[in-house]
Design a protein around this ligand. Structure first.
Ligand SMILES: [Zn+2]
Length: 183
């Protein structure tokens, strides 16, 4: 793990390559862009908690990144393969409105459940799709290089598990559409 070249305090997550290479943490990167672009970053909560479709509390860390063309906010659940949401805005945007947009997106995102667990008479559990619709995030499956992990309802499903659920729709049509995290 590399530490930030500027503050020597936090883990470097960004590598800048110019005439020389500099490794920066998120905060130092934001400070640098903020100074260069003349944008003041407003104070913002670093953590948020919202209740999901079942009333379960979900904790998120909020990360902010400033780019020459805008501000990017991301809420990442504090569990592996959990929920993630992101929004972006112009550099001159109202930052508290942008943060509110992120909160709204998180709340909306966790309020709807797409997969339910059922049980066969023999006690074996199965997953099925509620309301013929699934929205999720494509993640990397550590165990397999050939198929992705799909995160739905803030939890991971393997490609095979999703396939099992889709099998019950044999004879139906399917529409697949991919969106950027900020859409
Ligand atoms: Zn730093």
């Amino acid at each position: 793990m590399n530490m930030c070249d500027r503050c020597q305090d936090k883990v470097a997550t960004i590598i800048l390559t110019d005439d020389w290479q500099e490794r920066l943490c998120g905060d130092c990167f934001n400070d640098m862009v903020s100074a260069e672009m003349g944008v003041m970053l407003e104070a913002m909560p670093e953590e948020i908690a919202v209740n999901d479709y079942s009333g379960t509390r979900r904790n998120f860390t909020v990360q902010r990144r400033l780019y020459p063309n805008g501000i990017f906010l991301e809420a990442v659940a504090d569990i592996e393969y959990g929920y993630q949401f992101a929004v972006d805005g112009e550099l001159e945007c109202n930052q508290s409105e942008l943060f509110q947009k992120l909160i709204d997106k998180v709340k909306r995102g966790v309020s709807k459940r797409f997969i339910k667990v059922g049980e066969f008479p023999n006690g074996q559990k199965y997953h099925s799709i509620i309301d013929d619709e699934v929205v999720g995030r494509i993640d990397h499956d550590e165990m397999s290089s050939s198929v992705p992990m799909i995160v739905i309802d803030g939890q991971p499903y393997t490609w095979e598990q999703l396939g099992e659920m889709v099998k019950s729709y044999e004879g139906f049509q399917i529409q697949m559409k991919f969106f950027d995290m900020t859409d």
